[in-house]
Design a protein around this ligand. Structure first.
Ligand code: GLU
Length: 315
């Protein structure tokens, strides 16, 4: 009898240890569900996030939700408050959050997340009425600088700043990309900023009364030297057939980030699925062929998640 109890206790302990290893061992915590923080519904984060959530759900056999949000800044806060496990963020915004600088200087550094993979260039697009000649002409105009909680707004402040324009020189609106397009069509705003993958669904809806303003060489150079996250990018003329112009501007980079609570094995599985489904995601972001293993680890000044390190090392 006594011997039986001993065996039972031994077996129970062994089962607990095994289960503990599966969930908390080197494989890390296996989540019961995943939430991906994306952006507004006319942006690329949202389209990409929904497509990816659907693929992850099928492949991982757990519920995966794509959460709508204001964009990068909001997404970091959703991770910080434990309301999402994975998020999209601009590489500039995630670095400010990690170091607790710039727009994160009051809330302080948030270090409990890391980078999963750099995804695609997010181009700073300044859409304006056709008769507006350049960024300098935005003085005195009504301009949407992006949603509350977006990374777009910081880019707007920095780009306007390079032209010596501040919020006191323009009339400021905080609108999502979709709301900006609606306000632009109704004649309520003269221009709007949009930092997103190209073509951005919201901008594709516009016609020939819109143009995209270029960031001149000298201004781009001064921006890049002050904020090294920017790079020079050209929007090809076929990106928006109705607008039909090639435009030189600047860009940052969309990055997938994850809470450090997610285990190594889970994150490495997520990246594997990301690369396996490149063509499928390419249906919502035509330039997704820029997703390569080399480009995915470039321009990332914060630590890579251990699961990402493992994946990129092995591949
Ligand atoms: N990069 C944008 C932001 O954080 C969002 C882009 C998108 O929704 O596709 O402001």
């Amino acid at each position: 009898m006594r011997k039986n109890v001993g065996i039972q206790v031994f077996l129970a302990v062994a089962v607990l240890l095994f289960a503990g290893y599966r969930f908390f061992g080197s494989a890390g915590l296996a989540p019961a569900k995943l939430r991906i923080a994306t952006g507004g519904d006319s942006g690329v984060y949202y389209a990409y996030g929904n497509a990816f959530a659907e693929i992850l759900e099928k492949r991982m056999n757990i519920p995966v939700a794509a959460i709508q949000s204001g964009g990068s800044v909001d997404n970091i806060r959703l991770l910080r408050n434990g309301r999402a496990e994975i998020a999209f963020a601009q590489n500039d915004i995630m670095t400010y959050a990690y170091n607790g600088t710039d727009l994160f200087s009051t809330e302080g550094a948030f270090k409990d997340f890391s980078a999963v993979a750099g995804l695609y260039p997010e181009i700073c697009q300044i859409v304006a009425r056709r008769e507006i000649g350049g960024i300098s002409d935005l003085r005195g105009k009504r301009v949407s600088v992006g949603d509350e909680g977006s990374g777009t707004e910081l880019n707007a402040i920095q780009i306007l700043g390079a032209y010596g324009i501040s919020y006191t020189d323009i009339s400021v609106d905080h609108l999502s990309f979709g709301a900006s397009v609606a306000a632009f069509r109704d004649g309520k705003i003269d221009a709007f900023f949009c930092t997103a993958g190209v073509p951005t669904p919201a901008i594709s809806e516009l016609g020939a009364d819109a143009r995209i303003l270029s960031v001149g060489d000298a201004h781009a150079q001064s921006l890049i030297s002050q904020y090294p996250f920017y790079s020079r990018q050209v929007i090809p003329s076929d990106a928006y057939p109705a607008i039909g112009e090639e435009v030189a501007t600047v860009a940052v980079k969309a990055t997938l980030i994850a809470s450090d609570k997610l285990g190594e094995a889970v994150v490495s599985e997520i990246i594997k699925i990301l690369f396996d489904s490149r063509d499928e995601i390419g249906k919502v972001l035509p330039r997704n062929d820029e997703l390569t293993r080399g480009a995915a680890v470039e321009g990332i000044p914060i630590p890579l998640h251990p699961g990402a390190e493992k994946y990129f090392f092995e591949n």
